[in-house]
Design a protein around this ligand. Structure first.
Ligand code: FAD
Length: 404
């Protein structure tokens, strides 16, 4: 049986392990955390399985708002310029993806991946308890320009089977009664009936049980990988704090840390961490049933069990993503302004922040590298939970294809 290691036990590493184990590989998963999805973005993300709202991050509206982001005038989006060549190279490539043509092409490519993920998910989601909900999603627009752009894009997506519908405020409120308490005015909404949600952390824990029980997958937790080693164009080993471990086949799925580890063997990946925050509070009876994205305030709301998960903010800056209280406060106040009655904002507020591993075109990087035995599954940006099942399948297909 062919052996392979998966570096990273976030949702991308866990689904990679699942896809590999199902094809008969003997898999060992290595992670610095003490259990799956603890140390990265998969722990507290927005919970949305956003199969049909797949808009790329680099867009014409993002490009025109750049001065606002750089000056700190947008509560949800911030860019702190750093003079590192790596940042400038990533930033220029990101900007190059902001034209209307590229934005639409990237969005449609991600949509295709997301639709494949949805198919792959349907079977596995029956076997794991993760507060899965199939309630659809409403994107709420406060500006006519935003709504018009959503309308145009939904036309493209509907040709591929998205079945998205534009609703008036009255129609949206009839569909989602929680909008009666929406704290702002809005001009319309986009309804995506097939979007879903669920707790990504719970999913990863459930998947671990399946991997161990049904496939004999092994886990090495509390193991931080420091460097990779390669010789004569082949992966040979990796070093942890304690040991150097022989390994001739591995998948790098370390979320935002993937670029750092890849650099240890001279691979340069166009990945930048974009920091976001979430809060989880007890839901009230007035919490929305559908997933909600407030498009103007870039804030998402999802029910997970009897909790309400609220996520947002995108800070492009240097560093490992230290928690900044004032940024969390921005999310807290924005959420309270949008849905003041949807949750208990006074007690048991669980604050969290994480890093989205973002590529210039918002598309994941999947497959082989210039080193034999070294594969990538990373760069899932704002949609790693949603896209993970599809990229795991693509990864395995690439591993099984003989190299030229
Ligand atoms: C605020 C926010 C909201 C989001 N909302 C959504 C959403 O609603 N829907 C959606 O689809 N996506 C969402 N995302 C994106 C999604 O969470 C990520 O794309 C996804 O979790 C990435 O998964 P991953 O497995 O690649 O990385 P991670 O989950 O970050 O996992 C990486 C793993 O690697 C381990 N690791 C890192 N470095 C090392 C090392 N050197 N040695 C050993 N182990 C290491 C970490 O411990 C971690 O377990 C959101 C992200 C954020 C930040």
């Amino acid at each position: 049986m062919r052996k392979i290691m998966v570096f990273g036990a976030g949702v991308v590493g866990m689904t990679s392990a699942y896809a590999l184990a199902r094809k008969g590989f003997a898999v060992t998963v290595v992670d610095a955390g003490s259990s799956p999805a603890q140390g990265g973005a998969s722990f507290g993300n927005g919970s949305q399985l956003s199969y049909f709202y797949t808009d790329a991050m680099a867009s014409p509206s993002m490009a025109t708002s750049l001065p606002k982001y750089l000056l700190g005038r947008d509560p949800a989006f911030r860019i702190e310029l750093t003079l590192s060549p790596r940042f400038l190279a990533w930033g220029l490539r990101f900007l190059a993806q902001s034209t209307q043509t590229r934005f639409e092409r990237n969005t449609v490519d991600i949509l295709k991946l997301a639709m494949r993920s949805r198919q792959e998910f349907s079977e596995l989601s029956m076997k794991i308890e993760f507060d899965h909900r199939q309630t659809g999603k409403l994107n709420i627009y406060s500006s006519q320009v935003g709504l018009e752009s959503a309308k145009r894009l939904s036309g493209l997506k509907n040709r591929l089977g998205a079945e998205q519908v534009i609703l008036t405020p009255d129609e949206a409120t009839a569909r989602e009664p929680a909008l009666a308490d929406y704290g702002h005015s809005f001009v319309g909404a986009l309804w995506s009936p097939h979007d879903e949600s669920g707790d990504c952390n719970l999913f990863c824990r459930g998947l671990r049980a399946i991997l161990e029980r049904d496939f004999g997958v092994k886990f090495m937790f509390n193991t931080r990988i420091r460097t990779l080693k390669a010789k004569s164009g082949r992966l040979t080993s990796f070093a942890t704090d304690e040991d150097e471990i022989f390994c001739d086949a591995a998948v790098l799925s370390l979320g935002s840390s993937t670029a750092t580890l890849a650099r240890s063997v001279g691979l340069y990946l166009p990945l930048w961490p974009v920091q976001g925050y979430s809060m989880t509070i007890p839901a009230t009876d007035l919490a929305p049933i559908a997933n909600i994205t407030d498009a103007s305030r870039k804030t998402v709301f999802s029910r997970i069990g009897n909790r309400l998960r609220i996520a947002g903010l995108a800070d492009i800056r240097r560093g490992d993503g230290d928690f900044r209280q004032h940024r969390f406060q921005t999310l807290f106040e924005t959420a309270q302004g949008i849905f003041p009655k949807a949750g208990d904002y006074c007690s048991d507020v669980k604050a969290w922040n994480g890093l989205r591993p973002v590529t210039p075109n918002s598309q994941p990087i999947v497959g082989r590298t210039k080193f034999d035995g070294l594969f990538l599954n990373c760069g899932h940006g704002s949609l790693g939970w949603t896209l993970s099942m599809a990229t795991a399948e693509l990864l395995v297909a690439d591993i099984l294809t003989p190299s030229q």
